[in-house]
Write a protein that binds this ligand. Structure first.
Ligand code: GLA
Length: 739
């Protein structure tokens, strides 16, 4: 991997074995983009790729006879206001009302490693040899403002990380009204765009659409990254599939409002942008102030969407997740939420916990309802003191009893929220994020605490850390159950209200930082009404996220399949719950619920005491089985084999990094009459190695070389599926290399 500067050509070539990016200092001092894509050789100049064109209706950005027009140039961080009429990467308003800025190249530096972006979450490297970084410094002489474009090329992944920094050194107070993290101009538009959309209980479904002239975008203006869209966009060549073809993908390491957009010009050139949503965003750039955008990462794959996912999974697992659980199998847990909701006593919890221990699980999680006057969702949020009526021995007493059963103990919190019926609200009504002259809209009967204010974060930190310190807690589920509305801070003056949304997210990161620093052994799992804040920003602190409140196996197949586009199985909280399913009313076989949840951070979400003896015995077997296979399930290389969107089947396989073991899940939606055999084609195995392939449902065993398995395929016996219940039946095939 290398970052090379060619002084004569004034060009930068950032490359590793897989990907290249070529930037140029253009005649006007701005940074142009000459190439982004598959690794190419380094040559002294790529200037032939610079395309100046004097065309009708073109304004020229230099004295005659130049043809230099920004409108037709591929730029790295474009401005609006001179000759480019497309959407800009940033917007600054000056005191005199002008929005014209002109950042010109001043200098650059190339260094080994990757600088920290604290207090923002970002990818990191442990050794300088793992990445090289480039910082290009530009300066607007009229306002004396500095702009620094940051790039990091990873050594072993086709990944370029990006962010931008604005520093005001001049006397003028500027207003930064937009600052995207990433802009990528591409020379053609022969792509489809891929994104993940959804809603509560059906998060991250996959949408693939043709690119049209004009704008297409996804976004969140809800204050979290949201269930509706994920901060991810991919551009794929129309022929690209799971294993072949070019894909360029971008993901934002951020948990708040975002905008991802693709602009296609009428000349069919493409501009991809990703960053904080400009709506409701204004940052005060007075003298001495600065602004750093969140990090965006750009992934290049010439092995289709599968190659893209592998790059994302390895990036998050190796260079984003931190702490004790980095690349470490996650405990099998049972969460009491769907078993009791908020209605429980200590005796109820201990009864469930005891059965959980008997089943062989490793962690018991007490969900919502343990604090304040939290008997329903009208009260209690904000008061992080144990409810001694429900739990007379406190969290400490309960956690000790759970530990004595041989399990770890975990606890649910929702630190960003407050109910009107709480001591916190009564004492500090101004802690709520709202405009006091307007109606404050409740959601789930709760309000947002103003985490843009340090004293609010301090208050919650003091309360929550006292609970954690006092008890034996090994896991925290951090929930966030509403979107933001009436965003107005009473701790900030009028000129800074546009900063509140971002400062809120910084407050969330601050509390995460304090808690993960103070309690480094605790495993954090993020949650937002299920998966409404499933993003790389939070993975930096919480290595796993509750993927969805929808625990129905048939819907979960699709949610987890879509989620896997960007996120590794180790990050996907996935539980077996009771049937009929609470969210959709559907009944699916117990084994299918497990067979889906195995491909995630696995657990249960029900009272095992209510299962008939044969099902409880099956749960015990599932846990024994999963302990043997979880490392492969959670940290293997994951291949999507059959897409469930629109079809009746789904299959995926996770292959251990050393290719010695693999586990395949096949799932049928509805049973079929008089069906033919279906053939599934596994991927990722070692071609020459011989594997013992075991059908976990029938016990049937085959011994075959990897090449035969992959290319001739494995038949799925639909008669066996009928015996397994037909509708929603599923199979697991395990692969073990034999000598
Ligand atoms: C959210 C979460 C659930 C559960 C409840 C508790 O909906 O997604 O898993 O924790 O809150 O109120």
């Amino acid at each position: 991997m290398s970052i090379v500067f060619h002084p004569e050509a004034q060009e930068f070539h950032l490359f590793n074995d897989q990907v290249s990016c070529v930037l140029e200092v253009m005649a006007n001092g701005h940074i142009g983009n000459l190439y982004y894509g598959k690794r190419i050789a380094d040559v002294p100049s790529f200037a032939y790729l610079h395309e100046d064109r004097d065309r009708p209706l073109t304004a020229i950005n230099a004295p005659w006879p130049s043809a230099f027009s920004l409108n037709y140039l591929r730029q790295d961080y474009p401005a609006f206001g001179t000759t480019d009429y497309r959407y800009p990467a940033y917007k600054i308003r000056r005191e005199n009302g002008s929005e014209i800025m002109d950042f010109k190249y001043v200098s650059h530096s190339i260094s080994a490693g990757k600088p920290s972006m604290a207090p923002l979450p970002a990818t990191y490297v442990e050794h300088d040899s793992a990445a090289d970084s480039l910082a290009i410094e530009l300066f607007d002489a009229v306002t004396a403002t500095r702009l620094i474009l940051h790039y990091t090329m990873f050594a072993d992944l086709p990944v370029l990380a990006r962010h931008t920094e604005f520093i005001q050194e001049g006397e003028e107070s500027l207003c930064l009204e937009q600052a995207m993290s990433l802009n990528l101009d591409l020379p053609d538009a022969d792509y489809e765009w891929v994104h993940l959309y959804g809603a509560w209980a059906r998060e991250r479904h996959i949408r693939v659409s043709p690119l049209a002239e004009g704008l297409q975008s996804i976004y969140s203006m809800r204050g979290t990254s949201s269930a509706e869209h994920n901060p991810f966009i991919a551009l794929k060549r129309p022929a690209a599939d799971e294993t072949s073809g070019e894909v360029i993908a971008a993901s934002l390491v951020y948990s708040g409002n975002f905008l991802g957009q693709v602009e296609v010009s009428t000349d069919r050139e493409t501009r991809l942008q990703l960053g904080i949503h400009p709506n409701n965003f204004r940052w005060n750039l007075a003298k001495g102030n600065s602004f750093v955008t969140p990090e965006a990462v750009l992934v290049y794959s010439d092995q289709g969407l599968g190659g893209m996912s592998h790059a994302f999974h390895d990036l998050w697992n190796n260079y984003l997740v931190r702490g004790e659980y980095k690349n470490t199998p996650r405990p099998i847990l049972l969460n009491n939420w769907e078993a009791t909701f908020m209605n429980f006593t200590e005796a109820d919890i201990l009864r469930i916990a005891s059965k959980t221990a008997e089943a062989g699980a490793e962690l018991f999680v007490l969900d919502d309802g343990w604090f304040g006057k939290r008997d329903d969702d009208f009260a209690g949020l904000g008061d992080w003191k144990v409810n001694l009526k429900k739990l007379p021995n406190g969290i400490k007493g309960l956690s000790e009893k759970v530990e004595a059963m041989g399990m770890k103990f975990g606890l649910w919190i929702e630190p960003e929220m407050v109910n009107e019926d709480s001591d916190l609200f009564r004492e500090h009504p101004d802690y709520v994020l709202t405009d006091p002259e307007r109606f404050a809209s409740p959601s789930r009967h709760q309000y947002i605490l103003d985490f843009s204010r340090k004293e609010v974060v301090d208050n919650i930190h003091a309360q929550v850390s006292a609970v954690i310190r006092d008890a034996k807690i090994s896991y925290i589920k951090w929930d966030m159950n509403r979107y933001l509305s009436e965003v107005y801070s009473r701790g900030t003056d009028a000129g800074q209200q546009g900063e509140v949304l971002h400062r809120y997210i910084l407050g969330v990161y601050d509390l995460y930082d304090r808690l993960t620093t103070e309690f480094p052994d605790i495993l954090f799992e993020s949650c937002s009404s299920g998966g409404a804040r499933f993003d790389p920003g939070l993975l930096y602190y919480a290595p796993q996220a509750w993927c969805s409140d929808d625990t129905d196996a048939a819907e979960r197949m699709r949610i987890q399949y879509g989620t896997s586009l960007v996120y590794p199985n180790s990050s996907i909280g996935a539980h077996v719950s009771a049937v009929p399913n609470d969210q959709v009313g559907r009944t699916t076989p117990l084994q299918t619920r497990a067979n889906v949840a195995f491909f995630g951070a696995f657990g249960y979400e029900l009272d095992l005491n209510h299962l008939p003896a044969d099902e409880f015995a099956a749960v015990k077997e599932q846990i024994v089985f999963y302990k043997e296979w979880r490392e492969v399930c959670q940290f293997g290389t994951f291949h999507r084999l059959i897409n469930p969107f629109g079809g009746n089947d789904m299959a995926w396989i996770s292959v251990a990094k050393d290719q010695k073991r693999a586990i395949l899940g096949y799932y049928q939606i509805l049973g079929l009459p008089n069906p033919r055999l279906l053939r599934v084609y596994p991927r990722g195995l070692c071609q020459d190695a011989v594997y013992e392939v075991r059908n976990q449902a029938s016990g049937a065993v085959l011994r075959l070389p990897g090449s035969v398995i992959e290319h001739a395929g494995l038949p799925i016996d639909r008669d066996l599926l009928r015996e397994l219940g037909g509708d929603f039946a599923s199979l697991l095939l395990t692969f073990t290399e034999v000598d």
